[in-house]
Design a protein around this ligand. Structure first.
Ligand code: SF4
Length: 457
């Protein structure tokens, strides 16, 4: 099924799923409350956002220089930097490392970049078990699903659904509390951490001046994933660069408050290379795989390049009325919500994913909440324009829109047709796009303009 058609069908269905709506509303209301409280700690959050946006803008102006600086500095500490143009190249690097080390177990902390390249499936092909160690990721992996949200992967699951899932898969008591389930996962993962040959993390920030990988997390699982295994593989999109370590003082709290409402994420680690002589822990070898996978295409685009400033806080998803209605899976992409709609056409193909540019009311909430001030509605509008310029829209839609523009752009033209005709013309919307659950608004007999002119002769 074409991805646009699937999107419309899935969206129409889930938008009226009350159980789904209730779970998302519940989780989002908790998020909203936490963020409201968290924001009070800022004296001037707009100033912080402006500063973060300016830094990211500067990074994008010199992206090549910062990436090379990062490579030089982290390489000088013994890490090996590998450049991957696409998923296939990234997977080929991993396969080589797994084979060379005869790896049978890989522990992985939360990383959307590894979701993008489908690392777990690639490891499975080589008979290497890949275990998610973030609790939310562990839950969705156990359920055989993908992350529902870029920050909270299991947001769509209720406590009782998780208890049922664990009961079915691990025979835990069906009435287990969240604390009991977390304890069960903790014990299970402890063994995996000590047995794994490979530890995998993403990177929240690549720090150019010290050649550092910054990983922020709340569970300590990224630290565990990198402490026991002999090999640490980092996956990072090339846009994750910040110039200086001291700028983390700005980005850490911004990411935490926009992501979860926290003042600071619980564990913040900076990796600058593998274990050095005289050090007692850490991996013997460290690889950093820097991924393009369509990002250069975004970088080359006059409008969309701004989306590379994203720090993946998830705030635009949480603020978006469309995401809150249709949920994360409907997008059928690694990155969902407004940021996903803006970048997925570049990452996964414009022809197949430009329809996501329309998954927005253009209300502007996403841009308002974004900590790095990405003008998401502008990018979505520009993507729509590009789709039209590239003649990607269906011919019927283009013809209808041309006709509509011709009539609707002139008040006299629009008023020329009686209400009954206009209502009949719009009636098919009940079956196409609008959905039978909603009522298409009816045109009044006289337009406001006609009434105004009549009453103010
Ligand atoms: S676009 Fe902005 S709000 Fe959305 S995830 Fe990225 S940084 Fe957060």
């Amino acid at each position: 099924m074409k991805s646009a058609k699937k999107f419309y069908l899935d969206a129409s269905k889930i938008a009226f799923d009350e159980v789904h709506r209730k779970k998302i509303d519940f989780n989002m209301s908790r998020y909203d409350l936490a963020v409201e409280t968290g924001m009070k700690r800022y004296k001037d959050v707009e100033a912080a956002k402006n500063q973060a946006a300016a830094i990211k803008h500067e990074v994008l102006s010199h992206l090549d220089e910062y990436l090379l600086q990062f490579e030089k500095n982290i390489s000088s500490h013994g890490a090996e930097v590998l450049w991957a143009r696409n998923s296939e190249e990234a997977i080929a690097y991993v396969e080589k490392i797994l084979v060379e080390n005869d790896a049978r177990l890989l522990v992985k902390s939360k990383s959307m970049t590894t979701e993008e390249i489908e690392l777990n499936a690639a490891a499975a092909k080589l008979d290497c078990e890949s275990v998610e160690t973030d609790l939310g990721e562990f839950i969705v992996q156990t359920a055989g699903e993908k992350p529902y949200h870029i920050v909270t992967p299991a947001m769509h699951k209720s406590k009782s659904e998780i208890a049922d899932l664990f009961h079915e898969k691990f025979d835990t008591p069906p009435d287990s509390t969240p604390e009991q389930l977390s304890d069960f996962v903790r014990r299970l993962l402890r063994k995996k951490f000590t047995q794994a040959e490979i530890g995998v993390t993403g990177a929240n920030f690549l720090i150019a001046d010290i050649g550092g990988i910054s990983v922020t997390e709340n569970e300590g699982n990224a630290l565990m994933s990198t402490s026991f295994p002999k090999i640490h593989i980092v996956f990072a999109g090339i846009e994750k660069i910040i110039p200086k370590m001291e700028q983390l003082g700005l980005f850490y709290p911004l990411l935490a408050v926009h992501g979860t409402g926290q003042q600071m994420t619980a564990y913040n680690t900076i990796f600058t290379g593998p274990r050095q002589t005289g050090e007692t822990d850490g991996p013997e070898k460290m690889y950093v795989i820097l991924l393009d996978n369509g990002r250069i295409g975004i970088f080359a685009d006059d409008e969309a390049y701004q989306s590379l400033a994203c720090i993946r806080c998830g705030a635009c998803l949480n603020g978006c009325p469309v995401y809150r209605t249709i949920g994360g899976y409907t997008y059928n992409t690694t990155y969902s919500g407004p940021i996903g709609s803006a970048i997925s056409p570049f990452l996964k193909g414009f022809r197949d994913f430009y329809h996501l540019s329309y998954a927005s009311t253009l209300c502007g909430k996403c841009a308002e909440v974004c900590p790095v001030k990405i003008p998401l509605p502008d990018i979505l509008l520009a993507n729509r324009r590009k789709a039209v310029e590239q003649h990607l829209s269906p011919a019927l839609e283009t013809t209808v829109m041309k006709g509509f523009r011709l009539i609707a752009s002139k008040r006299k033209g629009f008023d020329f047709f009686p209400a009954v005709m206009k209502n009949s013309a719009f009636y098919p919307l009940n079956f196409w796009g609008w959905g039978p659950e909603r009522t298409v608004p009816k045109f009044a007999k006289k337009s406001f303009s006609q009434l105004y002119r009549k009453n103010n002769k």
